[in-house]
Design a protein. Sequence first.
Length: 181
Amino acid sequence: MWSIGSSLKGIIYRKEGKMKPGKKTGELMNVQVTQEFLAAYKYFGMAAYFDSQSLQGFAHWMKVQAKEELSHAMKFYEHLHDRGSTVSLGSIEKQETNFASALAAVQEALAHEQRVTILINAIAEASEQEKDYPSRNFIGWFIAEQVEEESSAYLLIEQVKMVGESKPSLLMLDRKLAKRE
C-alpha cells in the first residue's frame, strides 16, 4: 500500500495496481453488499406473503423489487472487486413471510428503504471524508435511487390506504401492480 505525495497521504490506496476505496468507505460498502442481499430477501418474504393471499400483482411487484435489490448488491460487489478490495459477505437472518395486512407489508417495505437510505448516506459521507472520489461518484447513483425507492414505497402505501377494506379495489390495485416491469 502506498500514497502519492505527502499532502495526499492516506487518500489513494493501491493494491496490485488498483485504486482501493478508502478504509471506512470499503468497510461500509461491504456491509452494504449484505444489506442489499438482505433487502432482496425481505422483498421475497413479502412476495411469499402476497402469493399466500392470492395477490399475485403485489407479489409480482415485490419480486421485481427483490431482483432490483440483487442487482444493487452486485453493483457494490463489482465496485469493490474492480477497485482491488476484498469482498466479504455477512449472514442474512430469516425474514418474515406473514404480515397482518397488505398495508403492514408495504409499510415494512418503506421502513426498510428508509434504513437503506441512512446506510447509503453514510457511505457518501465516508467517501467524502476520505476523499475517495471514485466511490463518491459511484454512490451518487444510489442516492438518487433511494429517492425513487422511498417514493415508490410511499405511493404504494398511500394507494393501499385509499383502498381500505374494499376487496374489489384491492384486486384492481393488484392487477395494476402485476404490470410492473
